[in-house]
Design a protein around this ligand. Structure first.
Ligand SMILES: [Cu+2]
Length: 157
């Protein structure tokens, strides 16, 4: 019995040591919130999601500094050729692959961004995945032209 358990343990150790290369880690990086020039319009949130050891879905991106968020994809209307945005309720993050939320593609829209991130130049966002992992991210906040938020400039200067 004891010998059997030992053998099992040795096998598990061998399997763990035998896997080649570092195990990919589910991560969110390069996150930037671009403030809308018009306060009543949503701001655009961009980032890269790095897939982990298994396929997962990104289910939600939220922030205590916003009223509402939505994940959107960008497409082209086949009839009119106009660029359209459609909400997504989940986004597949394949194991070991990078999914970019970038200008002209997938993105998160944030409504009602309050004064805190505008003053700090940083916004906290939480990413919820289908494997129950939550990742907290501090993202840079910028104006449409890429500069620091106006409120931050007003305080700093
Ligand atoms: Cu959108």
């Amino acid at each position: 019995m004891n010998r059997r358990l030992f053998a099992l343990g040795a096998t598990l150790a061998a399997l763990t040591l035998g896997s080649c290369g570092p195990t990919p880690q589910l991560k969110v990086k390069e996150a930037v919130l671009t403030l809308s020039p018009v306060d009543s319009n949503p701001s655009a949130f961009h980032f890269n999601v790095y897939g982990g050891p298994e396929d997962v879905y990104l289910l939600r991106v939220s922030s205590p500094s916003t009223i509402r968020t939505e994940m959107h994809d960008v497409g082209v209307d086949p009839k009119t050729g106009a660029v359209t945005m459609s909400p997504m309720d989940r986004v597949l993050i394949p194991a070991g692959e990078t999914v970019a939320f970038k200008k002209g593609g997938k993105h998160v829209m944030m409504w009602g961004v309050n004064l805190i991130p505008r003053k700090l130049g940083v916004i906290e966002a939480e990413f919820l995945f289908s494997n129950d992992v939550r990742i907290l991210v501090k993202a840079r906040v910028q104006e449409v032209d890429g500069t620091d938020p106006d409120e931050k400039k007003a305080i700093d200067g």
